[in-house]
Design a protein around this ligand. Sequence first.
Ligand code: NAD
Length: 261
Amino acid sequence: MTVKGKVALVTGSTSGIGLAIATAMAQAGADVMLNGFGDAAAIETLRGNLARSAGVRVGYSAADMSKAEQVAGLVAETERQFGRLDVLVNNAGVQHTANVEDFPPERWEAILSINLSSSFYAIRAALPGMKRRGFGRIINIASVHGLVASVQKAAYVAAKHGLIGLTKVVALETARTPVTCNAICPGFVLTPLVEKQILDRAQRDGVPQEEAKVRLLSEKMPSAEAVAPEALAQLALYLCSPAADQIRGAALPVDGAWTAQ
Ligand code: NAD
């Protein structure tokens, strides 16, 4: 197994895509550092269950990815607890939808810091150790919204386009090293982040949630099928394998042909 014995840090891994990636990394034999918000007791249960079922060490930090010093602290804490950091998955993200002229500046700032700047601070802190130890995989969870735009998502689209730009720069700066950096660009994935958009859509159109889901998905995804978080986790694992050594600076869509249009 490609990540057996390695150490993976997945930001925003108490829910959704991050949790699926952290689970797959642990099941493939990596020690995992979890991060994200949620009920403390539920997170402790999750941490314990994952450690037991996968037979690896699993840590947890509540570091806030909107705070630069806490992001750097999370990388340092992972290296301290596990002795190394081999796989960094920048996944923490939030969403807010509104037209530009109604977009609250504090939501803009929060989305830019959590969805973009946190990746810069984490990569900045993780790179020296990865280069020194001679192995590193940096995987940024971007979005189709890093490649194309949608209305009412100014901050999210700007942050995700920025994240793909950051991915390319890091890939160039590490091109002659054993560290790779890539972005994964999912279409709709049914997680709490999207469930809120389905609820909003149901309210706006005055239709049941199931119908709102079909409308939201089929508007953008020709497949009309959501992406499974586990499928994204398998791609992340593949990017950690030797076969992916020369996949560098790529923005990989997993989007039911959304960006093929
Ligand atoms: P989610 O809401 O299920 O999970 C988000 C995670 O980030 C949670 O663990 C949450 O606690 C954590 N988080 C939020 N703010 C944080 C902060 N300040 N500090 C630390 N952790 C924080 O969302 P998801 O859908 O799994 O999204 C994960 C990533 O995937 C995001 O970057 C998102 O933009 C991206 N993405 C999601 C979709 C989708 O359709 N769901 C599509 C494309 C990309």
